[in-house]
Design a protein around this ligand. Structure first.
Ligand SMILES: [Zn+2]
Ligand SMILES: [Zn+2]
Length: 236
């Protein structure tokens, strides 16, 4: 049976709704489409504590910083779904401006050093991101105020790619897109591993789970299970 993508947080009265029917009353998910590669940068806000996390600080993310400042949010974490330059570009900027912890999977550490080189391939000058403050693996949780994001290892697009579960939402980086899957021809990519990750970690989530991808519109596990051409012989 598919289990909801839910992590219970500390069992205080006001956190009881997190993960339950009313959890969305406490969380706001803002999507920013940033930079020439149209990467999605997400701001996850716990409306109870006004703490927040950024998922994938891409290029031209001043608008995200502006939002954090205007709303007096406290940025706790900068979470990197994978080490490609269009998802880590502004890591150093966020860390310098907010002091937030940088969180990622250890298997993508080698990709950070290559960020300037891969960005140059696109004619873009990118800095080497700062070293992460915290390395996470399968099952780890990342607190955002009273909320808790659960880490799923979803390698294949890159070796250290992760997805993050929050209630009935999942942030998947470049693992899965509406109607497509992540490319696997870059260094460390593997189509077999990618489809295995999607099958074992994402398609096991309930159909209603909203999928927030690294590029393009949000979708749902149910729609992708039914319609995504890359998954038609997979995950059954
Ligand atoms: Zn990528
Ligand atoms: Zn990308």
């Amino acid at each position: 049976m598919a289990l909801p993508c839910v992590v219970p947080t500390k069992s205080r009265a006001r956190t009881a709704a997190v993960g339950g029917p009313g959890w969305r009353q406490h969380v706001e998910i803002l999507t920013f489409v940033v930079g020439p590669l149209q990467s999605n940068s997400y701001l996850v806000v716990d409306e109870v504590s006004h703490r927040a996390a950024v998922i994938d600080p891409g290029m031209e993310s001043e608008v995200v910083l502006e939002t954090i400042g205007r709303r007096s949010l406290q940025l706790q974490s900068v979470i990197i779904t994978h080490g490609h330059f269009d998802h880590v570009f502004s890591t150093g900027l966020f860390k310098a401006k907010t002091g937030a912890d940088v969180v990622m999977h250890p298997n993508d550490l080698p990709l950070l050093a290559e960020v300037p080189e891969t960005a140059r391939f696109f004619g873009i000058k990118a800095p080497v991101p700062p070293d992460p403050d915290r390395l996470v693996r399968e099952g780890d949780t990342i607190a955002v105020g009273e909320l808790s994001l659960r880490v799923l290892e979803t390698p294949g697009h890159t070796p250290g790619g992760i997805s993050l579960c929050l209630g009935d939402a999942v942030f998947v980086g470049d693992t899965l897109f509406a109607g497509s899957v992540g490319r696997t021809d870059l260094r460390g990519g593997s189509l077999e591993i990618l489809l295995g990750s999607i099958r074992s970690k994402l398609l096991t989530l309930p159909d209603r789970t909203v999928v927030y991808a690294g590029h393009g519109p949000a979708t749902s596990i149910g729609v992708e299970r039914r319609d995504n051409p890359f998954l038609q012989t997979e995950g059954r």
